[in-house]
Design a protein around this ligand. Structure first.
Ligand code: PGA
Length: 253
């Protein structure tokens, strides 16, 4: 039996809104075809400005739309921020939080990411929580300490509401040194990390509906071997999601 996978396209700020619209409309039929495989869940994450249009384009199809971030606040004087409530009005079902680019360029810290997590839960949007270590931390063998710290902040806010909703919680392990670098983590290394992640989830007193993704330089060249890691439930794809043919190959391999 074929395994179920989630494929999350993180377009970042690579496209302008015309290009996002064109991607969706030019590849509409092929995207629908890909999403009709019951083992495949596709989530496209465009910029905020395209969420509404893309949700309209793919309404009543199996293509899902996700945001790339949300505010840690519910509402108020926070110029430039977008609330989870507003995301829910665009019918977003998913939202990336804690991406390493936001941690680095926007100085986001885990406490703030935990607030975003709760905002999303309150609006029934599945968080795609990104975690991962920097190159130096990897070299110093500190990966598990870093992941433990990042996860603990989120695990501390998991409450009965999350459990009763059974909302899928998605955790994307993205070694920061693999993002956009062209080099991925080795299969052995990933086997260890995902086994460890699975144990952390299973050891939680409060049981959650959790999926584990890998992200960082996924391409048609390495997708097949990455799929050999049994505990990986899907992929967070940056650069290779900008070219539909590359994205399609990763899904179909
Ligand atoms: P990449 O990006 O596939 O271009 O490495 C992944 C990500 O940042 O989510």
């Amino acid at each position: 039996m074929r395994k179920q996978y989630l494929f999350v396209a993180n377009w970042k700020m690579n496209f302008n809104i015309n290009q996002e619209f064109n991607f969706a409309t030019h590849n509409y039929d092929d995207l629908i075809k890909l999403s009709e495989d019951s083992n495949t869940t596709i989530i496209l994450c465009p910029s905020f400005l395209s969420l509404y249009d893309l949700n309209k384009i793919f309404k009543e199809t199996k293509i899902n739309i996700g945001a790339q971030d949300c505010s840690p606040h519910s509402k108020g004087p926070y110029t430039g921020q977008i609330s989870a409530e507003s995301l829910s009005f665009t019918e977003c079902k998913y939202c990336i939080i804690g991406h390493s680019e936001r941690r680095e360029f926007n100085k986001e810290i885990d406490a703030e990411i935990a607030k975003k997590f709760m905002q999303l839960i309150n609006h029934k949007i599945s968080p795609i929580l990104c975690i991962g270590e920097k190159l130096q931390e990897y070299k110093e063998n500190k990966t598990l300490d870093i992941l433990k710290y990042q996860l603990e902040k989120i695990f501390n806010v998991i409450n009965t509401e999350i459990i009763s909703q059974n909302l899928p919680i998605i955790i994307a392990y993205e070694p920061i040194w693999a993002i956009g670098s062209g080099s991925t983590a080795s299969i052995d290394y990933l086997e260890n990390i995902f086994t460890w992640l699975k144990i952390q989830i299973e050891n939680l007193e409060k049981k959650i509906n959790c999926k584990l993704l890998y992200g960082g330089s996924i391409s048609p060249d390495n997708a097949k071997s990455l799929k050999s890691v049994k505990l990986i439930d899907g992929f967070l794809i940056g650069k290779s999601s900008l070219d539909f043919q590359e994205f399609k190959k990763i899904v179909e391999l």
